[in-house]
Ligand binder design. Structure first.
Ligand SMILES: [Zn+2]
Length: 188
């Protein structure tokens, strides 16, 4: 492998600062383009400076609505699954409120009694994931840990809406049973 490029390239302190800034964040081939030198010049300089060029390529995408990095956003709306679930929950809660308002006092009494008997069950949503304080050995490790944390956080935020959504869905079903308007039962 020829390394002529590295010998020809003379590093200014500004270029070294740029290399320090980009190393591990931007692939070496792109650093070379940015600095106008060869790939090998970048590799050799990084080695001399003790910089790792290994990049963690994040596949996370930005959701404007909740201003967070997510695993996915809807290409049509630009919204993530957390935002979508938040909407689904409020829709379901509105449906519950509507159903409750439609009940006769007798139906309401039956419903309230059965709900009281059910009691409240503790939510199985665990604690909010915390960013782990560590001293990562490299930018690669740090970026990888950061991405893992962001994914954990997304899952937790999703479940924060999904759990009450599921509960509201079941509550709605029970209300409709009391009112005799359960679509599934009516169809039979
Ligand atoms: Zn979102």
């Amino acid at each position: 492998m020829t390394r002529r490029g590295s010998e020809q390239f003379r590093w200014t302190s500004e270029e070294i600062a740029t290399l320090r800034d980009m190393a591990g964040r931007v692939p070496a081939t792109r650093i070379a383009v940015a600095l106008g030198c060869s790939y090998w010049a970048v590799v050799q300089a990084a080695k001399r400076l003790g910089l790792s060029l290994r990049c963690y390529v994040t596949r996370l995408v930005w959701c404007d609505e909740c201003a967070a990095w997510r695993s996915w956003v809807d290409p049509r709306t630009g919204r993530c699954r957390v935002c979508r679930m938040r909407d689904q929950l409020s829709g379901r809660e509105a449906a519950c409120a509507e159903e409750l308002a439609e009940m006769t006092p007798a139906q309401r009494a039956v419903y309230d009694k059965s709900e009281a008997q059910r009691g409240t069950r503790p939510s199985s949503l665990g604690p909010r994931p915390r960013k782990r304080e560590s001293c990562p050995v490299s930018r690669f490790e740090r970026d990888r840990a950061e991405a893992a944390y962001l994914l954990d956080l997304e899952e937790w935020e999703y479940r924060r809406f999904k759990l009450p959504y599921d509960a509201a869905k079941k509550r709605l079903q029970r209300m409709r049973e009391v009112r005799g308007t359960n679509p599934r039962k009516v169809m039979k």
